[in-house]
Design a protein around this ligand. Structure first.
Ligand code: F0G
Length: 460
C-alpha cells in the first residue's frame, strides 16, 4: 500500500495524562436530559471528548508549568507583570499593558473608557461578550463584515474581512463623532474562525484614521490569523508568524485579549494600548473591576504562564500543527458529505445545522439539538452557535435570527490526538446518516444575559 500523503504528527510528546471516563448511551441520555439539552450544563466528568471551547482548555508546556513556580505574588509590581509587558511589546508592539482576568474583563474596561452613550460600534461580526459590554456601556453594535461571512458555503480566503463600504456608509449616516471605534476581530469566531487579510486591516486603519476613529483589535486569535496570512496572502510566504502578527497589530490602536486562546493558558487576558491618556484611564478603571494594574485579577504565576505561552504560540511549527489539526477533522467530515462552514476555520470546525437538520425550523433550535444529539451518541461535547447564542434585540425583545445556525467543534490546543478526532468524525458521520430521526427543542428557561450559557430546553 502506498501513502497518499506524507503523514504529520503533533510537535510534542505526552508527559502527564488525564484519564477520561467512558459512559454508556443510556447514561448520556439521562445526563443530557438533566442538563436541559444544553451542553454548557453537563458535568465535564461525564464528557469523553470535550470540544465545547478552545478557551482556557489548553495544555500548558513543561516550560509554562516551570514558570508557574516563578510566580511573584507581590500585590504591586510583580516581576511577572514586567516580563508579560515586555513580551506584549515584543510580539504585538503595543506600548502599554493592563492585565485582566480574561478577555471580557478587557472588553468591559475598554468599552467603558471609549464609548459614550448613544454611540455606534462597528465590528466584523459580533462576539457575544464583546457586544454585550458595548451595549452595557451605552453603545450599539453594527455589523460591517463582508456578506460572504454570513454564507457557510462561500469560499473566500479572508472571510473575516471588514466591508469598507459598510463601514464608510455608517460613518456617513451617523457622523464620525458618533462612532466610538471599530473592532476588528481576527480570526472571526462567530463566522467560523475566519481570518482577516493584512490588506484589509491596513485599509480599515486608513479609513478609520481619516475620520479620527480608533481601531481596536480583538487579538484573541490573532496569531492563528497571522498563520493564514502567511499561507494565503501574496507577499507573506517568507515571513514568520511573529513578523506578520506584529505588522497586523500595528494597524490598530489598541487590543483586547483573551489569553485563554492563542496564548495556551487556562486563565488570563489583557488590554494593550498605544495612547498614554487611554492607558491612564484604563489603569484607573482596572483597580475598580479587576485588581491592581500590575496583576489585573490574575496571579503572578498566571502572568508568567501567559508570557511564556506567547513565545511558544508564535512559533511557525506550532501554529502549522494547530491549524492543520483542525483541518484534519474538517477533511474527514468532508469525505462523508457533512455540511460545514468552509473554508475550515482556525480554532474549530463548524457544522452547518441548518443543512444538517434541514427538517427542523430555526425557531426549534436545530444547532442546539445537534449538539445534544452528538453528546448522546458519543460523549463528544460541542456547542451551539446560532439562534440561541444570538439572543434578543435589546430594543424590540425579538429573537435575532442569524443566518448562521452552527454547532462548533472547538479544538483545545495540544490536548487531543488525531485518534480522538477520528472518534469525533465517526460519530458526526453516523448522526448525519440518520439525521431525519431527530426532533427540535423548545426553550423551557431563558436567562436574561448571554442566554446560551444557562438556557434549558425540552425535546419536542
Ligand atoms: N473575543 C473573542 C473572539 C472570543 O472568542 C472570546 C471568548 C472573547 C473575546 C472573550 O474572552 O472568554 O476570555 O472572556 N470566547 C470563548 C469561546 C468563550 O468559547 O469562544 P473571555
Amino acid at each position: 500500500m502506498k501513502f497518499t500523503q506524507k503523514p504529520w504528527a503533533e510537535p510534542f510528546k505526552i508527559k502527564v495524562v488525564e484519564p477520561l471516563k467512558v459512559t454508556t448511551r443510556e447514561y448520556r441520555e439521562q445526563a443530557m436530559k438533566e442538563a436541559g439539552y444544553n451542553t454548557f450544563l453537563l458535568h465535564s466528568a461525564d464528557v469523553y471528548i470535550d470540544l465545547l471551547t478552545d478557551s482556557g482548555t489548553n495544555a500548558m508546556s513543561d516550560n509554562q508549568w516551570a514558570g508557574m513556580m516563578l510566580g511573584d505574588e507581590a500585590y504591586a509590581g510583580s516581576k511577572n507583570y514586567y516580563y508579560l509587558e515586555s513580551n506584549v511589546q515584543k510580539y504585538y508592539g503595543y506600548k502599554y499593558l493592563v492585565p485582566t482576568h480574561q478577555g471580557r474583563g478587557a472588553e468591559n474596561l475598554l468599552s467603558q473608557c471609549l464609548i459614550k452613550k448613544g454611540q455606534y460600534v462597528p465590528g466584523n461580526m459580533y462576539f457575544t461578550t464583546t457586544r454585550l459590554h458595548q451595549e452595557l456601556a451605552g453603545g450599539t453594535f453594527v455589523d460591517v463584515i463582508i456578506d460572504e461571512a454570513h454564507d457557510p458555503q462561500a469560499e473566500h480566503p479572508f472571510k473575516g474581512n471588514v466591508d469598507l463600504n459598510k463601514f464608510e456608509d455608517l460613518i456617513k449616516k451617523v457622523g464620525s463623532e458618533n462612532v466610538a471605534y471599530i473592532t476588528v476581530g481576527a480570526t472571526v469566531n462567530m463566522a467560523g474562525g475566519q481570518p482577516v487579510s493584512m490588506a484589509n486591516i491596513k485599509a480599515v486603519n486608513e479609513l478609520a484614521h481619516k475620520h479620527g476613529i480608533k481601531v481596536v483589535l480583538d487579538a484573541t486569535r490573532a496569531m492563528e490569523n497571522a498563520y493564514y496570512i502567511q499561507q494565503r496572502e501574496e507577499g507573506y510566504q517568507n515571513k514568520t508568524v511573529a513578523e506578520i502578527l506584529k505588522e497586523f497589530a500595528s494597524y490598530s490602536d489598541a487590543a483586547t485579549m483573551s489569553g485563554k486562546k492563542d496564548l495556551i493558558v487556562n486563565i488570563g487576558g489583557f488590554v494593550a494600548v498605544n495612547d498614554w491618556d487611554l492607558f491612564e484611564e484604563l489603569r484607573n478603571m482596572v483597580v475598580v473591576y479587576e485588581g491592581l494594574h500590575t496583576y489585573g485579577g490574575i496571579s503572578g504565576r498566571d502572568m508568567e504562564a501567559m508570557a511564556r505561552g506567547m513565545e511558544e504560540a508564535v512559533q511557525d511549527d506550532y501554529m502549522a500543527y494547530r491549524i492543520k489539526q483542525v483541518a484534519y477533522l474538517g477533511e474527514k467530515l468532508d469525505a462523508y458529505g457533512v455540511p460545514m462552514v468552509k473554508p475550515f476555520g482556525g480554532h474549530a470546525i463548524f457544522l452547518d445545522a441548518r443543512r444538517f437538520y434541514d427538517h427542523i425550523p430555526q425557531t426549534q433550535y436545530p444547532a442546539q439539538a445537534l449538539a445534544a444529539d452528538l453528546y448522546v451518541d458519543s460523549g463528544v461535547r460541542g456547542m451551539e452557535r446560532g439562534i440561541v447564542s444570538a439572543g434578543r434585540n435589546k430594543e424590540t425583545g425579538e429573537e435575532y435570527m442569524p443566518k448562521l445556525e452552527l454547532v462548533r467543534l472547538t479544538i483545545p490546543r495540544r490536548v487531543y490526538t488525531q485518534s480522538h478526532l477520528d472518534v469525533v468524525a465517526y460519530s458526526v458521520a453516523e448522526l448525519y446518516e440518520h439525521r431525519h430521526k431527530t426532533k427540535g427543542l423548545r426553550m423551557a428557561y431563558e436567562p436574561k444575559y448571554l442566554r446560551f450559557f444557562q438556557a434549558r430546553f425540552e425535546r419536542l
